[in-house]
Design a protein around this ligand. Structure first.
Ligand SMILES: Cc1cc2nc3c(=O)[nH]c(=O)nc-3n(C[C@H](O)[C@H](O)[C@H](O)COP(=O)(O)OP(=O)(O)OC[C@H]3O[C@@H](n4cnc5c(N)ncnc54)[C@H](O)[C@@H]3O)c2cc1C
Length: 391
């Protein structure tokens, strides 16, 4: 059996579903999304879903800010709830990082983000139940927050479906089909599907399909552990139960409130095999993460470890994604390498991939910094903090 569509999107994570939605927004509705498992069954469903705008590069700052507008008004844009909850966001840069923090804040302010560098005295007055260790200053964002990854993913998919798109689950793409230098469709375990345009959003598994046509992307997978905590007596202060989202640069730990009475910690980036990694939480990692959080919010000293999971970051050499045509193919585009911070940008990524694959003359965002060839050219994006910091 074979079928034909205008466009096929491979992978039903948040990026594939966002692309399907924005294809429909651009008037392309004869589309099909193929997902081998269920929607959001990859990295998306395991995400901490934190939305913030603090980045070292203009393109990612702009994408995060624009996307935040979509997430916060998802009903208007997509016709469904996103589970968005606005929250303050505090970055503890640690010693020696005041200058990069100020540079990034200036960049974000220049595009309208509500953010400031705050002195330890000021921040301690506002959040008296928190401690800020050896950071010389704190970065604050007022319009950060988090959303629900399943609501966002299914919201995008349903918006496209209501305009004619097909979403097919339990179908695995085995290879992309080519003829005379053009991609013409995909071979699946249920037969061939032909399409004029193909979008590859298969997260950690991107190179499995890409390897057949070009050099693989230099991406690898790391395991990020998420520890879910139950708050105990120390949280009798109502304000503290919905405390700000916290990111601690020296340890790489992030934390946010979850459903009432609970919080999530995200911690560690350990290289693992994408198909065999341990999806649970290590006891010693949970203890270490809870200790770091209790140093920042001492009421967590009595918190109990309720549950948790691990998920995969698909990491590129500069911890930023590739949003581009696959080299040599005008009708095949790829979005991959989100390096643990893609969820917040998913609306802008979906829009960008839809624009690229439909041949838009101008894209909404300047995608040049996110091009495929930058690794080969040695023109990597840089973090103001240096090293493997996804900001
Ligand atoms: C623990 C954790 C915490 C995170 N926290 C945050 C955060 O706080 N903020 C933030 O912005 N980002 C965060 N992220 C990152 C964010 O979740 C990811 O960047 C984003 O979900 C990537 O989405 P994706 O659609 O590219 O990939 P995925 O969600 O992995 O989707 C890829 C899909 O492709 C499917 N697939 C693969 N191969 C095939 C095939 N051959 N045929 C058919 N289907 C196929 C898979 O089954 C999968 O469903 C976090 C990630 C993790 C793991």
């Amino acid at each position: 059996m074979s079928e034909t569509f205008d466009a096929v999107v491979i992978g039903g994570g948040v990026m594939g579903c966002a692309t399907l939605h924005y294809l429909a927004e651009l008037g392309v509705t004869d589309t099909i999304l193929l997902e081998r498992d269920t929607l959001a069954s990859g990295s998306t469903g395991r995400s901490m879903t934190i939305l913030r705008m603090h980045y070292s590069n203009r393109v990612t700052t702009e994408m995060a800010w624009w996307s935040r507008g979509v997430m916060a008004n998802f009903e208007d844009h997509v016709g469904a709830p996103s589970g968005y909850q606005q929250n303050d966001w505090l970055l503890l840069p640690g010693p020696g990082n005041e200058e990069p923090a100020r540079v990034n804040v200036k960049l974000a302010q220049s595009i309208g983000v509500e953010t400031e560098v705050i002195s330890i005295d000021d921040v301690s007055r506002r959040w008296p139940y928190m401690q800020f260790g050896d950071s010389e200053c704190i970065v604050w964002e007022g319009k950060a927050g988090f959303a629900d990854s399943h609501l966002v993913t299914s919201g995008f998919a349903n918006s496209a479906r209501s305009r004619g798109a097909t979403v097919r689950l339990g179908v695995s793409v085995r290879e992309i089909l080519y003829e005379q230098g053009a991609a013409i469709g995909v071979n699946t375990d249920e037969g061939n599907i032909y399409a004029d345009r193909i979008v590859l959003t298969t997260g950690p598994w991107t190179n499995v399909l890409l390897d057949q046509v070009c050099d693989p992307l230099p991406i690898h997978t790391v395991r990020h552990q998420v520890i879910r905590l139950q708050q105990q007596e120390g949280f009798d202060d109502i304000a503290a139960t919905f405390h700000p989202i916290v990111v601690h640069i020296p340890s790489g730990l992030s934390a946010r409130p979850d459903t009432p009475g609970y919080a999530l910690i995200g911690y560690r980036e350990d290289p693992v095999d994408r198909d065999t990694y341990n999806q649970g939480v290590d006891t010693e990692v949970a203890a270490e993460g809870m200790g770091i959080l209790a140093d920042i919010i001492p009421a967590y000293v009595d918190a109990t470890w309720a549950s948790g999971w691990s998920g995969l970051f698909t990491v590129s050499p500069d911890w930023n994604p590739v949003i581009d045509h696959v080299p040599g193919f005008e009708n095949l585009v790829v979005g991959a390498g989100f390096s643990g911070h893609g969820f917040k940008m998913s609306p802008s990524i979906g829009l960008s991939l839809a624009e690229l694959v439909t041949g838009s003359k101008e894209t909404t965002f300047d995608l040049h910094p996110l091009r495929f060839s930058r690794f080969e050219e040695g023109d990597l994006l840089k973090s103001a903090y240096g090293g493997n910091v996804f900001a």
